[in-house]
Design a protein around this ligand. Structure first.
Ligand code: SF4
Length: 99
């Protein structure tokens, strides 16, 4: 992970409080009909947490804050080796590949 670029906009728990507040406000403004159900949201974030494509809360494949992307029920996981989210959890065939 140390070779991946660091994004200063990161919403990861180590991020600046200002950024976390922005993320919280974006999530609060998301219409209920577009929100991922809570249990599915938790499972999506578990997938992101274990994903080699996630760096400090940013998805390297789309540049999204994973907390925001996962909260939108119409989004998909853009992992080119297969989604790590539960609804289409086709895990990568070879998880030892370099990314
Ligand atoms: S590829 Fe999918 S699981 Fe990985 S960080 Fe992006 S959205 Fe999360």
């Amino acid at each position: 992970m140390e070779n991946q670029p660091y994004c200063p906009r990161c919403p990861h728990p180590t991020a600046d409080q200002d950024i976390r507040e922005v993320i919280a406000s974006v999530l609060a403004a998301l219409p209920q009909e577009q929100r991922t159900p809570e249990e599915e949201y938790r499972l999506r974030l578990e997938g992101c947490e274990s994903c080699p494509g996630q760096n400090q809360g940013i998805c390297r494949y789309c540049g999204c804050y994973v907390e925001v992307r996962a909260a939108k029920n119409f989004m998909i996981c853009p992992n080119p080796k297969g989604s790590l989210w539960p609804e289409n959890a086709a895990a990568p065939e070879d998880e030892d590949d370099d990314w």
